[in-house]
Ligand binder design. Structure first.
Ligand SMILES: [Zn+2]
Length: 70
């Protein structure tokens, strides 16, 4: 039974998504790996280094023009 799990977002499917999260424990900055084009990104909020991780996120429609190359 999954009824106990409230869904605040609409009916978007979620998947484990590669992300970068800020290494500064006082900062909760993170970004999707899809949007990172550097080998070692820095946090946009505090400029700390970021580390790779995973997070459950709603699946994004792939609208990035850079990813439609054939
Ligand atoms: Zn940060």
């Amino acid at each position: 039974m999954y009824y106990s799990r409230k869904r605040l977002t609409s009916d978007l499917p979620e998947e484990m998504t590669m992300i970068w999260s800020c290494t500064n424990e006082k900062c909760n900055g993170w970004m999707r790996d899809n949007f990172v084009f550097l080998a070692q990104p820095k946090c946009a909020q505090c400029n700390s280094f970021m580390e790779k991780g995973e997070k459950m996120l709603p699946v994004l429609a792939n609208t990035s023009p850079n990813q439609t190359k054939n």
